[in-house]
Ligand binder design. Sequence first.
Ligand SMILES: Nc1ncnc2c1ncn2[C@@H]1O[C@H](COP(=O)(O)OP(=O)(O)O)[C@@H](O)[C@H]1O
Ligand SMILES: [Mg+2]
Length: 243
Amino acid sequence: MASIAVYSVKGGVGKTTFAVNLAWCSAQISRRKTLLWDLDPANGAGFLLGIDPGKKHTAHSVFADGSDPAKLIQHSRYPGLDLLPADESLRTLDRQLDKLGKKKRLTKLVERLAKDYDRIIFDCPPVLNAVSTQVMRAANVVIVPLPPSPLSARAFETVVEEVRGAGKGHPPILPVLSMIDMRRSLHRDARAANPTWPVVPLASAIEQCAVERQPVGAFAPKSPAARAFAQLWTAIERKLASK
Ligand SMILES: Nc1ncnc2c1ncn2[C@@H]1O[C@H](COP(=O)(O)OP(=O)(O)O)[C@@H](O)[C@H]1O
Ligand SMILES: [Mg+2]
């Protein structure tokens, strides 16, 4: 089992889009039993998978003593892809974790889920608190979507510090250029400055994910966008294998 966090301290950079599309690649291309774990109270991952939120706000209860995460897990319409959904109860998850005082609560839950899943993918909220600290401890690799702007470059520095804060043996970080439009000079410069980073293009097919409520590979399998996520997924698997 390996766990993959999609994380940034910035919102709107493509985290949820990445998490959902990569989870789909994991289940449908690599045929791995995959859990998409939404930690963002905005609950975007469930929306993009076409799963409607439940009425009860119980997502936080996974972190309570003695709880069974399996109770909250939902199957998606794609074989091998399940969702642990988020809801508003996660808004205070950092305080809940602080109060619990268990720094490895998330790591323990991941270990427990390892018997049922080959890959766990976290869709993270854009925060720097107990939630991100626990995710950095639990993750085997951290994917950081970076739109080409000086602001996201600054956010990347903060992420690197947060990941290194997890101490010796912290997970490797894979920065990914997100929403790249090669017609724009700033974007071409960002690409030229980071030639080895994977790229996810700015694409209307990716925007359409929120309309179709499906990963791009499911409704536009031949699109360059679907290919980009498949390639990114291969790069992540390679990174995990080289550890
Ligand atoms: N590569 C892309 N091309 C076009 N639109 C994108 C792309 N990546 C993300 N978006 C759009 O940008 C917005 C923010 O993406 P989202 O994944 O919700 O970011 P985050 O989870 O980091 O807040 C969404 O409307 C999404 O559809
Ligand atoms: Mg999001």
